[in-house]
Design a protein around this ligand. Sequence first.
Ligand code: SF4
Ligand code: SF4
Length: 220
Amino acid sequence: MNRAEPVRPKDWVTFRCQLCGNCCRDLENQLMLEPLDAYHLARLLRERGEVTSIDDVYTRYAHTDMLEGYLPIYTMNTEGPDHACVFLKDGRCSVYEGRPHVCRIYPFSVRPGQRGRVFEFYRCVDQHAGHFSGDRIQVKDWLRENFTRENREFWAAEGNTLPILGRLLSSLGAGELRASLFQILHYRYYSYDLDKPFMPQYKANMAALERLLRQKLGEV
Ligand code: SF4
Ligand code: SF4
């Protein structure tokens, strides 16, 4: 069972990546692929000629799951007996520049903040704790490099959006939820033009999805 300890941006942590690749293994149904992650992966893989759209990323490298019984999500595919991430090749990340947010920020994690703070930060204290030796890093430097302005904007917006979507989706009822699945996935995950900035598209999509769900529930 993974544990997480709170850290503050001003804290110093001893950390050196040993490049063992172990944090990319044992990930079956563990690594959520957020729309912002899929957008950046799609742009990287399109440059390499491996995909043509964001749809291809979900189709080839991820599968759907249902969170809390009502929130459809995508989770990264794994391969082999050690359930390694589909992008782990020869012990290295093959999409390093476009890797998902959770990979980028590891060994830290982010959660919505309490008591007026937008975010809270944690250090992942898991089975890979051996990397907590060697160099000292200051948490705020790590965050500056790996928790980008776009990430912050996305996660702050998700903090506002997900409780609303959760209430609406959990009110739909199983039959209506099933019937609406394609539309929900379309707005949440698929409706992105890779040649336009992500955040304006995300905001428009989430507003459209909220309107659609309210209409289905007779709230507008
Ligand atoms: S488990 Fe730790 S040491 Fe190994 S690759 Fe991941 S971050 Fe680096
Ligand atoms: S995307 Fe890269 S860093 Fe993330 S789990 Fe897969 S191989 Fe590891």
